[in-house]
Write a protein that binds this ligand. Structure first.
Ligand SMILES: Cc1cc2nc3c(=O)[nH]c(=O)nc-3n(C[C@H](O)[C@H](O)[C@H](O)COP(=O)(O)OP(=O)(O)OC[C@H]3O[C@@H](n4cnc5c(N)ncnc54)[C@H](O)[C@@H]3O)c2cc1C
Length: 394
């Protein structure tokens, strides 16, 4: 594969850049740059602008409203978005449920669900994990019992990201206890305003509330909300997870952060010289830069052969492990650039040191928030097991 962009790809990159410079609202970009929490309205506004341009659902085929981009174009688009401080697209409808409905849904489900994701009428969230069913997802216990034309659902989901904004949830539910645990799981769509559903926030270590618990008590769900066959949920979930993992490498975010820390290190002085001239800092930064470059090339290589926009085989696991590791390492680098200024409590600092860079105040919260990256989407330990199993067998 040729790793240089073609003239058409460079022209496409310019088109994306021009669009972002002209259309991305300053107030939203400023919040993203400062690492501030976005309001639901911010995310909806940005989705609507991309939808109007036909650029929202990058991985969907054109017949369903996708832009018809190649894998390289998708990569260029997401990298440019990150470099220009555009918000990360909310993935649950766009990159998780959408491809599942396109692959496994009925015609009626495609017609009903896909346009509502595009125009923002539905905000989906993901109900896979449960207490005692995270890595060991097949042990999930939320039960759906068929009663005529409805499934009656009882159980609990946890860690439901942005569920507080959602009106619908796609769930894995147990429809059979026969055979092995994977064989009795189904993929069910549930409206969150159905009687018997309760969403409760979980407060995180960084002070935010981006995840929730969801409880189901005798919730009646139309049987037509089943995606695929009954008990086919495990196959569908595995398909969905390759899309989820391919998209969490966050290469654009890492590229932007590294450039920002380089600029900061060039202005900060420690022990009488610029931090960028400190050999220890320079070595750590260079190592991260090399890792990021290797990841970028691996990503392009895998995307060139990607099926339906997701890296095949162990590719999505590799991107997830390495991409999230780099993003976490960058947070550590940032904290060491800031040194004592990264302390959440500035009481111990001398007055002269209180002129801190604007984002220093958020360094600790961002560091702790980034711990989640190696856990969600299937923890990195589990991804390593998947890679080892594929390479070396059981
Ligand atoms: C911020 C955040 C957002 C999330 N959002 C969602 C969401 O929207 N929807 C959703 O369904 N889920 C979500 N999750 C859940 C996430 O997918 C699970 O947390 C993850 O799969 C790990 O499961 P667990 O938390 O039960 O940990 P456990 O499975 O209990 O694992 C605990 C530790 O043991 C390790 N471990 C477990 N088994 C093995 C093994 N066999 N070999 C080696 N190591 C092992 C794990 O890697 C981990 O380090 C989210 C999680 C977080 C933290």
């Amino acid at each position: 594969m040729d790793l240089e962009y073609t003239a058409e790809e460079r022209a496409f990159r310019d088109e994306v850049r021009n669009f972002l410079r002209k259309e991305l609202p300053d107030d939203i970009a400023a919040k993203v740059a400062a690492g501030k929490e976005l309001a639901k309205a911010d995310m909806e506004r940005w989705h609507a602008m991309l939808n109007a341009r036909g650029w929202l659902a990058a991985t969907w085929p054109q017949e369903h409203g996708g832009p018809g981009w190649s894998a390289v174009q998708r990569h260029i688009f997401s990298e440019e978005c990150a470099l220009h401080d555009a918000p990360r697209l909310v993935p649950f409808g766009l990159t998780m449920l959408g491809p599942v409905v396109i692959r496994f849904g009925t015609q009626a489900q495609k017609q009903e669900i896909l346009p509502r994701i595009l125009d923002g009428r539905d905000w989906w969230c993901q109900g896979f994990s449960e207490p005692d069913a995270g890595s060991d997802l097949a042990s999930l216990r939320t039960r759906a019992v068929r009663d005529g034309d409805v499934y009656v659902v009882n159980g609990q989901k946890t860690w439901t990201t942005l569920g507080q904004h959602a009106n619908r949830i796609f769930c894995l539910v147990r429809t059979s206890t026969e055979g092995n645990p994977q064989a009795g799981i189904s993929f069910l769509l549930i409206d969150l305003d159905t009687p018997g559903v309760e969403v409760r926030p979980i407060r995180l270590i960084d002070g935010g509330c981006e995840v929730n618990e969801v409880f189901f008590t005798d919730v009646g769900v139309p049987a037509s909300n089943l995606v695929g066959e009954e008990n086919q949920g495990w196959t569908i979930a595995k398909y969905l997870l390759t899309h989820e993992r391919t998209n969490i490498a966050g290469i654009g975010f890492s590229t932007k952060d590294l450039a920002r820390y380089h600029a900061l290190a060039a202005t900060m002085r420690r022990d009488g010289r610029r931090l960028s001239e400190n050999p220890l800092y320079a070595a750590r930064a260079a190592e991260l830069e090399a890792d990021l470059e290797a990841l970028r090339i691996t990503n392009l290589r895998l995307l060139a052969t990607a099926r339906d926009g997701a890296a095949a085989g162990i590719g999505s696991s590799l991107l997830k492990i390495k991409g999230t590791q780099i993003r976490q390492d960058l947070q550590s680098l940032f904290r060491s650039v800031l040194g004592p200024l990264a302390a959440p409590d500035a009481n111990g600092l001398a007055d002269a040191e209180l002129a801190v860079p604007a984002d220093a105040a958020r360094a600790a919260a961002a560091y702790f928030n980034h711990r989640k990256l190696s856990i969600f989407g299937g923890s990195n330990e589990i991804q390593r097991n998947i890679v080892a199993k594929q390479l070396f067998g059981d």
